[in-house]
Design a protein around this ligand. Structure first.
Ligand SMILES: Nc1ncnc2c1ncn2[C@@H]1O[C@H](COP(=O)(O)OP(=O)(O)OP(=O)(O)O)[C@@H](O)[C@H]1O
Ligand SMILES: [Mg+2]
Ligand SMILES: [Zn+2]
Length: 349
């Protein structure tokens, strides 16, 4: 027992030694030295997969990240990593796609999603996967959002780092009131992704469409403070605690997408297409997260514009139908919204 208590103590010490807190000025020094701390969610996931090892054989690559738990899908997974994750990591157009895993019941869809979630939790604890957020932000947002838009082109030119997105309402208010816009003094801390602590990993599963509230995704008015601040558009009277808020910087799993009410899909589409979503009485809220959903049956053609990973039946020999990316080439999918929603209505009836 004494031995185990020692282990507990070691574990705690290690956790404490990994923690980091400083000012935005200090963080900037770190970013310039190690730009990888400012990666997008997709780029972080891709790097995590590659970091686990790649085995090359007969012109095919096997990604060790998956090979411990998933068997017989090497080709599919190779395409998933190279055509989706790699391209998305380079900010190509597929980054705007929801990853849709499609395959038979017990085909390994949930296993793949869980591996990505647990992998991110571990990776964020490593030196290489370290990531940072504005301290006190309910969405643990990227500290680089503190750099005003006007200065971003200059920053990109000098350091080669492109900044997307803008401050969330909570941080905006804090920076104005508490720091009088002296962004360099704003505190930044290292974060560790964790589904249990609701940091950077979220899961949404639809329930009864009549009773399910959009607040599950985008947060809600905080009735305990609204009387004090008097307005729904005051960020102190709003709880940014929906799954989309909490999954910022990481991965969001959307279960049973076809059974979901259309109002939820609107948020999902704007998140993947534009990198933001609407919550309460606030301007659009920026978020950088990868969205993954899974399906058993083949979706209607209206799902054009999403990306499919088709998981073949093991042993069916039909390994040739793998993954399709719609539409081919660049460009958005303008017709996506309406038919997708119509379809989801039909599903409910
Ligand atoms: N390719 C595979 N290699 C190894 N194990 C697999 C594979 N596919 C499925 N399994 C195993 O089968 C079980 C069920 O898989 P999983 O829950 O991931 O399937 P699913 O596609 O999510 O199914 P459902 O449609 O029911 O949600 C798990 O224990 C998983 O480890
Ligand atoms: Mg499943
Ligand atoms: Zn914030």
């Amino acid at each position: 027992m004494v031995d185990f208590l020692k282990r507990l103590d070691e574990f705690r010490r290690q956790e404490e030694s990994e923690a980091w807190q400083g000012t935005f000025a200090e963080y900037l020094d770190m970013v310039v030295e190690r730009p990888r701390v400012a990666r997008t969610a997709h780029a972080r996931i891709y790097d995590m997969i590659v970091a686990a090892g790649v085995e090359e054989k007969d012109g095919q690559r096997r990604y060790e990240f998956f090979s411990r738990e998933i068997f017989g899908l090497e080709k599919t997974l190779q395409r998933l990593v190279e055509e989706y994750f790699h391209s998305a990591a380079r900010r190509l157009d597929v980054r705007k796609r929801i990853l849709l895993l499609m395959g038979p019941v017990s085909g390994g869809k949930s296993t793949i999603v869980n591996m990505l979630k647990r992998g991110l939790e571990r990776y964020s604890r490593t030196e290489e996967g370290a990531m940072y957020a504005i301290a006190g932000c309910p969405m643990h947002e990227d500290p680089l959002h503190l750099i005003p838009r006007e200065l971003r082109p200059e920053f990109a030119e000098k350091y080669g780092i492109v900044i997307e997105g803008s401050l969330c309402p909570v941080c905006r208010l804090m920076v104005e009131e508490k720091y009088r816009n002296r962004v360099e003094q704003v505190p930044v801390k290292r974060i560790f992704l964790s589904e249990e602590n609701r940091v950077g990993i979220g899961t949404f599963s639809p329930s009864d469409p009549k009773s399910q509230d959009i607040a599950d995704l985008t947060g809600s008015v905080d009735f305990s403070t609204i009387a004090e601040y008097g307005s729904e558009s005051d960020p102190r009277a709003y709880r940014f605690d929906g799954e989309l808020n909490k999954a910022n910087r990481g991965l969001m799993e959307f279960q049973e997408m076809l059974k979901c009410d259309e109002k939820f899909l609107y948020n999902l589409l704007s998140l993947s297409q534009e990198g933001n979503f609407k919550a309460g009485r606030f301007a659009l809220i920026s978020a950088d997260e990868m969205t993954v959903a899974s399906l058993c049956q083949k979706p209607h053609a209206c799902f054009r514009g999403l990306i499919f990973l088709i998981i073949p039946h093991l042993g069916s020999g039909k390994g040739h139908f793998l993954m399709r990316v719609f539409p081919k080439g660049p460009g958005r999918a303008p017709s996506l919204r309406a038919p997708l929603l119509r379809r989801s209505n039909k599903q409910q009836r």
